[in-house]
Design a protein. Structure first.
Length: 282
């Protein structure tokens, strides 16, 4: 698509350089496919030199500029100890494969660009929200703030970013990366966009966290001190997801999304219950 009003491409990752009419440019797969007739400058962050993935005792820091291809490759190249301990890395290929995108898109589009686009079906939003990812945001005024990814995407194509704010990174805490997880995704067609994408997690202390994305306009997280019964889970789903929160577009009617969410949530609950008792009996 065209961008006839853009006059400059500026290479910077300094929010102080931002002014009204600017857009941060990462992989450009959204910006260049949607086009614009109002943007004046694109601020290209791809040369920022941020390390795509950094492992520490605290967890995994994913730079906003980390591409989907780099993230996908990570579990296969991570040190053996990290791979064995961080079982939730199993979610990485599942979420990357949830992109309905070509090889070209995979290799340039970024984790940050996916989250900042705010699509309900954004698989990087699903992955990082489900693992309690904390986003680091740099502001034009020179300050920084942190916010859970689950609170950063607030609606269909809407985020909690103020004008000019730049997503720098998302850190997945080690405790969440050590969790047992289960993943379910459903779309109307074989290669269609996700209509419901649910991730369940059981932490070391038994806490169960269910994250619903794609079916809802923004991520919804349910937390239980221990694995709930099916009845408890269903009750929380209907209590925490209002009728208007179910997403409605060509990729699925709200009623279908509501039904699939209930069904997939129960499958996740049952899978984690079964793997938990298997582990307990070893
Ligand atoms: C063929 C095709 C298939 C696609 N399939 C899918 C799909 O299945 N699921 C899906 O979710 N998306 C899909 N997309 C959309 C898009 O590719 C992804 O959302 C991608 O991850 C966006 O990343 P990007 O780096 O290309 O973002 P960009 O296009 O560079 O940026 C997207 C938006 O985010 C802003 N932005 C980017 N980085 C930052 C940052 N660090 N801080 C603040 N704002 C920022 C930009 O200003 C812009 O508004 C598809 C796109 C195409 C062209």
């Amino acid at each position: 698509m065209d961008m006839p009003t853009v006059s400059d491409l500026v290479r910077t990752s300094n929010p102080g350089d931002w002014r009204p009419g600017d857009a941060w440019l990462a992989g450009g797969t959204v910006l260049f496919s949607y086009g614009s007739d109002s943007l004046q400058r694109l601020l290209d962050i791809t040369g920022a030199g941020w390390e795509p993935l950094s492992v520490s005792d605290g967890g995994l820091e994913i730079a906003a500029t980390c591409t989907i291809a780099e993230l996908y490759a990570f579990p296969g190249t991570a040190p053996a100890g990290v791979r064995a301990e961080w079982r939730a890395l199993d979610l990485v290929p599942l979420c990357c494969d949830s992109f309905v995108a070509s090889f070209k898109v995979w290799n340039v589009s970024t984790v940050g660009g996916n989250i900042c686009t705010g699509l309900p079906a954004g698989p990087m939003t699903a992955l990082t929200a489900a693992l309690d990812g904390i986003a680091v945001i740099h502001s034009p005024g020179g300050t920084s703030r942190e916010i859970p990814v689950a609170d950063l995407v607030i609606g269909d194509g809407r985020t909690a970013l103020a004008p000019g704010e730049l997503l720098r990174s998302v850190t997945l805490p080690a405790a969440a990366l050590r969790a047992r997880t289960a993943f379910r995704r459903q779309s109307l067609t074989n290669l269609g966009r996700s209509g419901a994408l649910l991730i369940g997690r059981v932490d070391g202390d038994g806490t169960f966290v269910l994250t619903v994305t794609a079916a809802t306009k923004r991520p919804v997280q349910l937390r239980f001190a221990a694995l709930p019964t099916g009845v408890e889970l269903r009750a929380q789903l209907s209590e925490q997801i209002d009728a208007e929160l179910w997403h409605d577009d060509v990729h699925g009617l709200p009623e279908w999304r509501r039904y699939m969410t209930g069904r997939l949530a129960e499958e996740i609950r049952a899978e984690l219950a079964a793997s938990g008792s298997k582990e307990g009996s070893l």
